[in-house]
Design a protein around this ligand. Structure first.
Ligand code: AHR
Length: 489
C-alpha cells in the first residue's frame, strides 16, 4: 500500500494553538466524584481532594485548558451553591445526569485551585439556560475582580484573596438542546444580553455553537452577534457507529469501526464548512471555532450504564484521537480551542479509575505523543492517501499533520486507520534538510485492545524503527491500526 505526502518545510503556516489540546470535566457519572476528586479526607493520596496520581498524569500531558462544570450540567449549575464552607453547601439533584444527589463539595474554588495544580487555564461554562444574567455577571466578578465589591468580598471571605483571572468563558452550552432548546435567533438575543453583563478585562467569550452540521446556527450567530461581543463559537461533534441496528454499537466489528472513523473524519468537512460561513462575516478570522466537545460516544442506547457514559477506551479511540488532532492542527487558522470529552471515566476518557488505581487509556498516549505540536508552527502537508476499503465504501487510510517547534525540531504525526493493511508512506521533504529521524509508535492488533488494571501497559507507545531518511526522502512503513510521531532534526 502506498501513500505520498509532500511536506513544505519552507511554508510555515501559523501557530497551532496549544489550546486545541484541551480537556473537559463535567459533573457527570464518575468524572469528578469517584473520579479525580476524592475529598481531602480520602485515604487515596490527594492534594485539596484531587488525586495526586491523576494530577501527575494530567500534568504530563501539558493540558492547556480544562472546561468545567459542563456540558449540559452547566445550564443547571448555580455557582453560589458550590462556594463557602463545604458542610453548609446545599445538596441538589443532578437532573441532567441520572438524578443523583450533588453535594456541591467540588465547586468554584476547588476547580480553580485544581487548575493551578495542573498549571492549566480554566474554561468556565456559564449558565444561560436556567440561570440569570445577574448570576453569571456575579460569577465573573467573584472570580476575576481585584478591587472591593460584593462578590470579591465574598470570595475573600471564602478564603481566596487574589482573583483567579479566568479568561475563557462559555456563554451557555448546547443552547439548541439541553441548554434551553432555543432557536438560534432567540439565542442570539440571549447571548447579547448575557455577554453585555459579563464585564471585565481580557475575557474570551465563547458562544454556544452548532450541533454537528447545523450551519444555519453558525450563520445566524455570525449575522446577529457583533464581532466585538464574542471571541469564539463552539462546535460539538462526536464519533460513533450507526445506532440504528439491534444490539450494542461499540465500533469493534469492521463495519462499525469503519462507520466510527467515517464520522471522525467528518470533522474536517464540518470545520471547513462552518469556517467558510465564519469567513463571510469575519474575513480577518477574529472569531475562533471552539470544538469544545469531541471524541467517541458508544453504546448509549444499550450500554450497561447509560446515564453515566462510562465506556472502555480502546485502540478504536486512539484512532479517533490521532485523526481528529491532525484535522485540528491542519485547521489552525480557525480552530483555536478544542476539548476532548471527557478527561476521567466519561466518554473518551484519557484516564480510567477504580477505587485505588488509575489507568492511562490509549487516547492518553496519543495526547502525550502529540503534545509536541502544542504552540508549534504548522508545516503544510499535501497527502495522497491510499484507501481503506470496506464493502463499497472507502476512506483515506492515512492522515498526517506536521509542525516545527521552538527548538527547531520538526514533528510529523501519521495515522493509519486501516485495520488490515500496513502502509508505506513516502514523505517528500521540501524546503529543508534533515539529518536524523526518530519516532514513537502506538499500535495494537485489534480495535478493542485496551489497558486494564491488571495489564496497564498492554497498549503503550514504543520506539518506532520503520523510518528511513535518504536524500530528502523519508520512507515510513506503518502497521495497521497505528499512530506514529516522527521527530526530524
Ligand atoms: O459530554 C457529554 C454531553 O454531551 C455534554 O454534557 C453535552 O454538552 C453533550 O451533549
Amino acid at each position: 500500500q502506498q501513500t505520498t505526502v509532500t511536506l513544505s518545510a519552507d511554508k510555515p503556516s501559523g501557530q497551532i494553538s496549544k489550546h486545541i489540546y484541551g480537556h473537559f470535566a463535567e459533573h457527570l457519572g464518575r468524572c469528578i466524584y469517584d473520579g479525580f476528586y476524592v475529598g481531602e479526607n480520602s485515604s487515596i493520596p490527594n492534594t485539596e481532594g484531587v488525586r495526586n496520581d491523576i494530577i501527575a498524569a494530567l500534568k504530563n500531558l501539558n493540558i492547556p485548558n480544562l472546561r468545567w462544570p459542563g456540558g449540559c450540567f452547566a445550564d443547571r449549575y448555580h455557582w453560589k451553591d458550590g462556594v463557602g464552607p463545604k458542610g453548609q453547601r446545599p445538596s441538589i439533584v443532578n437532573t441532567m445526569w441520572g438524578g443523583v444527589t450533588e453535594d456541591n463539595s467540588f465547586g468554584t474554588h476547588d476547580f480553580l485551585n485544581m487548575c493551578k495544580l495542573l498549571g492549566t487555564e480554566p474554561y468556565l461554562a456559564g449558565n444561560t439556560g436556567s440561570g440569570t444574567v445577574q448570576e453569571l455577571s456575579d460569577w465573573v466578578q467573584y472570580v476575576n475582580f481585584e478591587g472591593k465589591s460584593p462578590m470579591s468580598d465574598l470570595r475573600v471571605k471564602n478564603g481566596q484573596q487574589k482573583p483567579w483571572n479566568v479568561k475563557f468563558w462559555g456563554v451557555g452550552n448546547e443552547a439548541w438542546g439541553c441548554g434551553g432548546n432555543m432557536t438560534p435567533e432567540y439565542y442570539v438575543g440571549e447571548y447579547r444580553r448575557y455577554a453585555t453583563f459579563m464585564e471585565g478585562k481580557n475575557l474570551f467569550k465563547i458562544a454556544s455553537g452548532a450541533n454537528v452540521d447545523d450551519y444555519h446556527w453558525t450563520e445566524t450567530l455570525m449575522k446577529g452577534i457583533p464581532l466585538h461581543m464574542m471571541d469564539g463559537i463552539a462546535l460539538h461533534h462526536y464519533s460513533f457507529p450507526s445506532w440504528d441496528k439491534k444490539g450494542p454499537a461499540v465500533g469493534f466489528t469492521e463495519q462499525e469501526y469503519f462507520e466510527t472513523m467515517k464520522t471522525a473524519l467528518r470533522m474536517d468537512e464540518l470545520i471547513t464548512k462552518h469556517a467558510a460561513i465564519m469567513d463571510k462575516y469575519d474575513p480577518k478570522k477574529k472569531i475562533a471555532l471552539v470544538v469544545d466537545e469531541w471524541g467517541g460516544w458508544f453504546d448509549v442506547e444499550t450500554g450497561t450504564n447509560p446515564g453515566f457514559l462510562y465506556q472502555q477506551n480502546t485502540m478504536r479511540d486512539a484512532m479517533i484521537a490521532g485523526t481528529t488532532l491532525n484535522i485540528f492542527n491542519n485547521h489552525n487558522d480557525r480552530v483555536k480551542i478544542a476539548n476532548l470529552a471527557q478527561c476521567v471515566n466519561v466518554l473518551q476518557a484519557v484516564i480510567l479509575t477504580n477505587k485505588e488505581k488509575m489507568l492511562l487509556s490509549p487516547t492518553y498516549h496519543v495526547m502525550e505523543m502529540y503534545k509536541v505540536h502544542q504552540d508549534a508552527t504548522l508545516l503544510p502537508v499535501v497527502v495522497k492517501s491510499d484507501d481503506y476499503v470496506v464493502g463499497n465504501e472507502k476512506l483515506p487510510a492515512v492522515s498526517v499533520s506536521a509542525s516545527k517547534d521552538a527548538k527547531g525540531l520538526t514533528h510529523i504525526s501519521a495515522v493509519n486507520i486501516d485495520r488490515n493493511k500496513s502502509e508505506s508512506i513516502e514523505i517528500i521533504l521540501s524546503g529543508a534538510q534533515y539529518k536524523t529521524v526518530r519516532g514513537r509508535i502506538l499500535t495494537s492488533a485489534k480495535a478493542d485492545d485496551h489497558n486494564t488494571f491488571e495489564k496497564p501497559d498492554f497498549v503503550k507507545p514504543a520506539e518506532f524503527k520503520g523510518a528511513n531518511l535518504k536524500a530528502g526522502k523519508l520512507t515510513v512503513k506503518v502497521p495497521p491500526f497505528s499512530i506514529v510521531v516522527l521527530e526530524l532534526e
